[in-house]
Write a protein that binds this ligand. Structure first.
Ligand code: DGT
Ligand code: CA
Ligand code: CA
Ligand code: ZN
Length: 586
């Protein structure tokens, strides 16, 4: 099991205990444990197998949690969780997926109104029964109603980073089955989409049974949905469906192309094939045989003379098309680019030279300034910006001018001793609810780098929010808007900002916009980032790290940038320091 999966189990246990009204200390122990495990930079399986190390050496992991982790690593299940689940109806637990509805409120709804499903919850909200409960109210009821919609959706799609962890684990489980020549995860996962509906595995092998048997033995499988001669579908404990198809070598490239999609991209591909007297399907590219086509045998392997299919590149080449990077296969710009003979050379993780948004223990980060700097040097960065929160973010002990200046003095001191890394004196300055910046201009003027962001007043109207952000973009000291839409994938909708207006203002004032690489955020999204690029607005891909391990999320941001068709030249933090410096405008 991955750290993430173990963390999810502990979180689930905490939810169930809290729902039952268990001792708050016990709940907190699991909650903390989940966080520690989820944040731990190394697979716990590695720690557990190392004879010289103990799980209990990890801060926050006591004897009890360590035993449970060992059990999970060995058996991929936890009897305690199963007992708790048996006690509480599943429909009631579904309530917890509604944003803003914690275990306590869910328990109250169950106890007072006998609500045991999302449908009943929705009905009760619509009947105005929920707002009458103690501790609820009209506003809560409205939030719940909105959340139900989101929860239903969240049920279906998995964030890419979580899908990636599942894919990695499955791939290592499926590795080494005799007779398997190639194995790839296709579909939206391969296209790097921010959320994934299901996983589509393709296998190049002559015999299907051995790999299917192996999939059936995967500890995370909850049920086998179907198993045929060459196709199998299972559902995992996480709710995720996994489809697996076995194809012969001559069709592997064609199947990979077909099942990578997108559907819209494939429609376009088929159109191109038709114009050339060819047919493409998951078996290969075929020269159309009129008689057979009219006999209704289209789509099958008998559709005509086989032209290509072994590799994706062969399939595309047969249609005079370049082998599109999967991230571009959305039928947006890619065919136009191909016609012009020029696909963009998409940005890669290795192109990044710095990270311009991160937190320390001065506010809500878990690592000190020195630790963040050491971690940045270890990763070979040329420059970073330390951007802790400003005073308005009181929950994170945001910095007032005095504490901020003290941090900056410390950075000045450290910078003098560094010859391989430039540390910028930055701040993530809140854009206040009423508009305007959270710190005085003279303070902001002393910063090397100012990240502006909206944390409060996210429910405001489109006009209000947009005005606040445009105001920040006009401020001479602001460099970049961070997480520009504020959405949390599957959890919270974007605030109502007019993104077009924001991009236009950034272009006008020579400001940057961020792709926040946190896998929960990933805004700007692919479409918005492409729009910003078209307007010539430089994008910066930042980690927004709150720990040293948090620095490693940049690859998710790079994936989003690739889906937007961005090259290294479109992303500011690919520039060497001497060039990047020009952007600071100071
Ligand atoms: P997802 O799973 O909802 O995140 O999205 P995809 O893109 O992975 O979609 P999925 O799993 O339904 O199918 C995988 C790929 O297979 C899809 O991207 C394109 C191809 N495909 C599936 N069904 C059709 C179809 O009816 N027509 C065409 N042209 N392609 C299809
Ligand atoms: Ca899929
Ligand atoms: Ca599928
Ligand atoms: Zn931040």
């Amino acid at each position: 099991m991955t750290n993430r999966e173990i963390a999810a189990v502990f979180d689930h246990v905490a939810d169930l205990l809290e729902f039952k009204g268990a001792n708050p200390f016990r709940v907190r122990a699991y909650r903390n444990g989940a966080r520690k495990v989820g944040d731990y930079p190394e697979p716990l399986a590695v720690v557990s197998e190392d004879p010289n190390r103990q799980l209990t050496d990890i801060d926050g992991i006591g004897k009890d949690l360590a035993e449970k982790i060992e059990h999970l690593l060995t058996f991929s299940r936890l009897p305690m969780l199963e007992e708790l689940q048996a006690e509480i109806p599943a429909g009631v637990m579904a309530l917890l997926r509604v944003p803003g509805l914690g275990p306590k409120k869910a328990a109250a709804l169950h106890k007072e109104l006998q609500i045991d499903s999302l449908d009943r919850l929705q009905a009760a909200c619509e009947a105005g029964e929920v707002q009458k409960l103690k501790g609820f109210g009209k506003k809560t009821e409205e939030t719940i109603l909105k959340g139900i919609e989101l929860a239903a959706k969240a049920d279906e799609r998995t964030r890419w980073a979580d899908a990636d962890a599942i894919v990695a684990d499955l791939k290592s489980h499926l590795a080494g089955v005799p007779g398997v020549r190639q194995l790839e995860a296709a579909g939206s996962y391969r296209r790097g989409k921010e959320t994934v509906g299901d996983l589509d595995f393709l296998v190049d092998a002559d015999e299907a049974a051995p790999i299917m048997d192996r999939l059936g033995e995967y500890p995370g499988v909850a049920e086998t949905i179907v198993r045929g001669d060459t196709k199998m579908s299972v559902r995992l404990d996480t709710g995720m469906q996994v489809d697996l198809r076995v194809v012969p070598a001559r069709s592997f490239g064609a199947a990979l192309q077909y099942f990578t999609g997108s559907k819209e991209h494939n429609v376009e591909v088929r159109g191109r094939a038709k114009a050339r007297g060819l047919r493409v399907n998951e078996w290969g590219v075929f020269r159309v045989d009129k008689d057979k086509a009219e006999n209704g045998e289209d789509g099958g392997p008998l559709a005509g003379e086989y032209v290509a299919g072994e590799s994706e590149a062969d399939v595309y080449a047969a249609l005079d098309l370049p082998c599109f990077p999967p991230e571009l296969r959305e039928a947006r710009q890619e065919f136009r680019w191909a016609e012009q003979g020029e696909l963009p050379r998409l940005i890669e993780l290795a192109d990044l030279r710095g990270d311009l948004h991160m937190h320390t223990t001065a506010t809500d980060g878990k690592a000190t300034l020195d630790e963040m700097i050491a971690a940045a040097r270890q990763r070979g960065y040329e420059y970073i910006a330390i951007t802790d929160h400003s005073q308005r973010v009181s929950m994170a002990r945001g910095l007032d001018p005095e504490r901020l200046r003290r941090q900056w003095a410390e950075i000045d001191r450290v910078n003098k001793q560094l010859d391989d890394l430039v540390v910028l004196k930055g701040i993530e300055c809140d854009i206040l609810e009423r508009g305007g910046m959270d710190l005085p201009d003279d303070v902001l003027a002393e910063a090397d780098w100012v990240v502006a962001s909206v944390h409060y007043g996210q429910q405001q109207s489109r006009e209000q929010i947009t005005d606040r952000i445009l105001g920040a973009l006009e401020h001479p000291c602001v460099n970049v808007i961070a997480h520009p839409t504020g959405r949390l994938i599957n959890r919270r909708e974007a605030y109502a900002v007019d993104v077009e207006a924001m991009i236009a203002a950034a272009a006008e004032h020579g400001k940057l916009l961020e792709i926040n690489a946190n896998p929960m955020r990933l805004d700007l999204d692919d479409v918005h980032a492409a729009a910003a690029q078209r307007r010539g607005v430089p994008i910066v891909i930042n980690s927004d790290a709150h720990s040293t391990a948090g620095l490693d999320v940049l690859r998710y941001g790079v994936l989003q940038a690739r889906r937007a068709g961005l090259t290294a030249a479109d992303v500011a933090n690919t520039r060497p320091w001497a060039e990047f410096k020009e952007l600071l405008g100071r």
